[in-house]
Write a protein that binds this ligand. Structure first.
Ligand SMILES: Nc1ncnc2c1ncn2[C@@H]1O[C@H](COP(=O)(O)OP(=O)(O)OP(=O)(O)O)[C@@H](O)[C@H]1O
Length: 217
């Protein structure tokens, strides 16, 4: 009898020791499910708070590292990028950083200038459809006329386009070559982002090669 009681006591002790382990496994499973449900993005839960790291489903996308309320953007495998994201819709909200970048380039590059938004509106006839000359990966391109008589191409960046396309186009400001289109200026006004280029009258290379229909007015 005493032997049986000891065995029962031993089993109860074992069970009590297992309870924390079972709870831990259960929490991890719940957190993993919660992270997986988050916008269909692969996630890894780092602890039981709302700290987690989300990985993209495609390698070309960004990794979002969220530590509680703060969200930062970085390319896969890189250090977090300093631009901040609006956690609601993942839009870039740190316009200040872009303005600083443009201003810096403006100071360093002769012929690259800031345009007032109203100059852009005037030049493109308020982004008239008749002025559209093409669409690119991150915006619509309009033919514009400046008061000086210069004809320009105004690239109006889509509201939802990321900061990266804009940043890489800015590199053009540093390059001056007869075979390269000149980047003449920039404009950032509230949600609007635009780049101003010299207008290339002879249309794009693919139109020369394939002779496709031109929208140019
Ligand atoms: N400086 C320019 N002068 C005249 N037309 C232009 C000029 N820049 C762009 N376009 C027209 O607008 C179209 C879109 O140009 P954009 O540079 O936005 O995109 P892309 O070079 O085709 O692609 P991506 O955005 O991926 O670089 C071009 O195909 C061209 O027809």
């Amino acid at each position: 009898m005493a032997e049986e009681l000891r065995a029962a006591q031993h089993e109860i002790d074992m069970f009590i020791r297992l309870i924390p382990l079972i709870t831990l496994v259960d929490n991890s499973a719940a957190n993993y499910r919660r992270a997986k449900d988050d916008e269909g993005v692969h996630s890894v839960v780092t602890d039981s708070s709302d700290r987690y790291i989300r990985f993209p489903t495609r390698s070309s996308e960004f990794t979002t590292i969220r530590v509680q309320a703060a969200t930062e953007l970085c390319s896969v495998g890189e250090q977090p990028f300093s631009g901040k994201l609006d956690p609601q819709d993942q839009k870039i909200v740190d316009v200040e950083e872009l303005v600083n970048l443009c201003t810096g380039i403006e100071e360093a590059c002769v012929g690259f200038a800031k345009f007032n938004f109203f100059q852009i509106v005037d030049a493109t006839d308020n982004f008239s459809e008749n002025r559209i000359v093409g669409w690119g990966g991150f915006g619509t391109v309009y033919k514009g006329h400046l008061p000086s008589g210069l004809t320009v191409a105004v690239k109006r960046v889509d509201e939802h386009a990321t900061i990266f396309g804009f940043k890489s186009e800015l590199q053009l400001a540093k390059l001056h070559h007869t075979n390269l289109i000149r980047l003449l200026g920039w404009c950032i006004h509230q949600k609007e982002r635009a780049l101003v280029y010299e207008f290339m009258n002879n249309s794009s290379l693919d139109r020369h090669i394939y002779g496709t229909f031109s929208l140019r007015s």
